[in-house]
Design a protein around this ligand. Structure first.
Ligand SMILES: *[C@@H]1O[C@H](CO)[C@@H](O)[C@H](O)[C@H]1NC(C)=O
Ligand SMILES: *[C@@H]1O[C@H](CO)[C@@H](O)[C@H](O)[C@H]1NC(C)=O
Length: 401
């Protein structure tokens, strides 16, 4: 048997070397084209640098890690997706709105559909692209006449009859206030005299783009006041960093308001010598605050949507990129919006604040065994309801302590 001629070997290896060289050249050209391409593509966001005052506070004292938030159970698994905000009537019924644009009454642990905030199509709740059409109720409260007042993130401020489901649009997002449309209605409270206070988190990004809103760290949010008697709407504060939940003090002499994107709580004075002014009461928080609720013992409860503790390997992701607009711009060009949730740890956290905004206690679910990404903490009828923006269940605790 004859061996193949030896001389073909060098020729073949020469050809493959050439192949590798051409391959490398092509790769460089492609890589250069991608870099130039990515550089030329406009970024969806116009980020500002943001640097926290310091590293997040240590998990000690009132922030010490515990598992108190794990001692609950999940209701309506697979039926209620993203119950964001809660309220209750005098008969023990609890009301909430979900990611598919629907409003619900929970009556003796049974779920009753009230209405669809927008257009009821089968696609509602399947993809965030349908939210502007289907609606997305956030803040819900009952007014003095037993009617629900609902801040729909996309559509505007509504009055809804909790029994018939009849809806009345009070303020459309298109009209907004002072010539600026609402982009992202969010928190809502009704004062004793019936005035409705609410927040528009951003005039630029809607709810489904909340990650852009946080990464961009703009200050295009407002605190507003609506008088149902006159139909008049007034801007109380503007230039806010993603204002979100609000809660009155027990005497309604002030309200606290979360600025989600920069992890901060403001106090806005309603009465007294400082009426109409704001001040920072809590800064450099251990996470991004969502809704704030009055507790049953003259404190406030704050749901933390994403924690800011350092992980075992990385410092908190948003702290890391905060100071670098170029990094944020690049990242939002190449990373699809839906991927960011992978970066977020599944950690449940609730903060309890004293009347001056100081942290007095905290509840933790360190591995999310009951819940995480908490939007609202509502005490009612001996229970605590925990909201979220898109988890497909309703976690409840039998007690907070
Ligand atoms: C209603 O109450 C709010 C909050 O306490 C206050 O800011 C507002 O001025 C009151 N409105 C009227 C008409 O009294
Ligand atoms: C979470 O931690 C608890 C202990 O606090 C443990 O019992 C549970 O199995 C853990 N769950 C998961 C999903 O890791």
């Amino acid at each position: 048997m004859q061996l193949p001629p030896r001389r073909t070997q060098p020729a073949r290896s020469h050809r493959s070397k050439l192949g590798v060289m051409i391959g490398r050249g092509a790769l460089c050209v492609v890589a250069a084209a991608v870099i130039v391409g990515v550089y030329l593509v406009p970024s969806p966001i116009d980020p500002k640098p943001f640097i926290f005052e310091g590293p997040p506070p240590a998990l000690e004292g009132p922030l010490a890690v515990n598992t108190r938030l794990q001692k609950g159970r999940r209701l309506f698994a697979g039926q209620l997706k993203g119950p964001e905000s809660f309220t209750a009537d005098d008969h023990g019924n609890v009301y909430t709105g979900t990611v598919d644009g629907k409003l619900w009454r929970i009556q003796q642990d049974e779920l009753h559909f009230i209405t669809q905030m927008g257009t009821n199509i089968p696609e509602c709740g399947t993809d965030t692209d349908y939210e502007p059409l289907c609606g997305r109720p956030h803040g819900v409260r009952l007014d003095r006449h037993g009617q629900l007042i609902v801040a729909d993130s996309y559509l505007g401020l509504f009055r809804v009859d909790p029994h018939s489901g009849e809806k009345t649009l009070l303020l459309s997002s298109r009209d907004g206030a002072d010539g600026i449309p609402f982009g992202f209605l969010n928190g809502l409270e009704i004062s004793r005299n019936g005035t409705v206070f609410f927040t528009d988190s951003s005039s630029r990004w809607g709810r489904r783009h909340v990650r852009y809103e946080v990464i961009e760290t703009n200050h295009l949010g407002r605190l507003l006041m609506y008088d149902p008697e006159t139909g008049h709407v007034k801007t109380l504060l503007d230039s806010l960093y993603m204002p979100n939940g609000i809660a009155f003090s027990p005497d309604e002499d002030f309200l606290l308001m979360a600025e989600t994107s920069i992890g901060r709580i403001l106090r806005y004075w309603l009465k007294g010598p400082k009426a109409g002014t704001k001040e920072v009461v809590l800064n450099n928080m251990p996470g991004y605050p969502d809704n704030i609720r009055a507790s049953d013992r003259d404190t406030f409860l704050v749901g933390i949507t994403t924690i800011r503790f350092p992980g075992r390997l990385f410092p908190p992701f948003l702290d890391l990129i905060g100071p670098y607009p170029a990094v944020k711009r690049f990242m939002t060009k190449v990373v699809p919006l839906s991927w960011y949730s992978v970066l977020l740890p599944k950690y449940g956290l609730v903060l309890e604040l004293g009347l001056d905004g100081e942290i007095v206690d905290s509840l933790h679910d360190p591995n999310g065994s009951l819940t995480w990404a908490i939007s609202d903490v509502f005490q009612h009828g001996g229970r605590v309801y925990l909201g979220s923006t898109d988890l497909p269940f309703l976690p409840v605790l039998e007690d907070l302590r």
